[in-house]
Design a protein around this ligand. Sequence first.
Ligand code: GLN
Length: 386
Amino acid sequence: MSDPLVRRMRPYERTIFGEMSGLASRLGAVNLGQGFPDTGGPPQVRKVAQRAIAEGRGDQYPPAHGDPDLRAAIVEHQRRFYGLPVDDDGVVVTTGASEAIAAAILALVEPGEQVMVLDPYFDLYAATIALAGAERIAVPLTAETLRPDVAAMQRALTSGTRMLLLNSPHNPTGVVFTGAELAELARFAVANDLLVLADEAYEHLWFDDNTHVPIATLPGMWERTVTVGSGGKSFSFTGWKVGWASGPADLIAAVRVVRQHLSYVSGGPFQPAIAAGLRLPDAYFDGFRADLAGKRDRLCEGLSALGMRVIAPQGTYFATTDVRPLGFTDGDQFCHRMPHEAGVVAIPLSALSDHPQVSAPFVRWAFCKREEVLDEALRRLRGWLG
Ligand code: GLN
């Protein structure tokens, strides 16, 4: 029988994350590929979920747009951290940030219109743009330094471009856009009257002198921006699949329409728990960052000592390295040999890219793992490369 899968989804049959996690478990390799922590999130948040299950809260469908208390906590969070004027009608709870992204694209972009993404990009963007019958324009980050390149974006723009999909802190590179870069991106969006989908799943994961500034806070941006957040990333409960979108009521009303026909609702007992997470004191968020910064340093120093050029992660829990100094030209080949020869798994940026001339030499390593796991990966790599 010919392939029953609809044509527009055929390029997206497999994800590099599924492939690499599968390889890791089959070979017993250390998995620094898919981005998920190997320790649980804050115990007080887990307790709220346990209590919710014990008491039967969330056994049945939560309200379509989310548990009212979680919606209130999202409003409070967006105001507390960023001063954004979010109201209850500007919030929708989703099945992870993934569904928020899919629903926003399906709700706001007509078939045939274009969504501009910065390349390399999280693979779900390409798949959901295709699902919407839209077209992606992937504009490469600057070669070598991997920064947004607004001049290149301007050249790639067409009259059919409807949406700009931004992601900072940026997966897979670990880059956090500077104030100047955000201002330039905002001016570009306003000048060309683009909607902006801001995937800010890693909003609480940034290091050193960096900070997270939602692009919705910039002049002219609030009214055109849907901002996406992730309980999985902010509280290390990726399996709970609680995410959200927020923004002006008219855009969120559109996202709500589509979203209710995707998963309808999900995560009944987890929604009040994520509400508790969003209300944790600053000490939680500071401690989370400090712990990850230590892991980042541990892994990056080790990778650098092995001879790779490390693009120091400013945010996310991913480190990107250039493997050319090791004598490899192709990160994809590197990542497909390494599980077998070294027993370590990482992600080639070329799998998340339409522009191999920029992305091919780069490999992404997740450092949200226990210290002994990072050390074991480095020990194996030293044996392989040394
Ligand atoms: N966001 C995670 C990553 O980039 C994984 C998401 C996924 O596997 N769908 O690794």
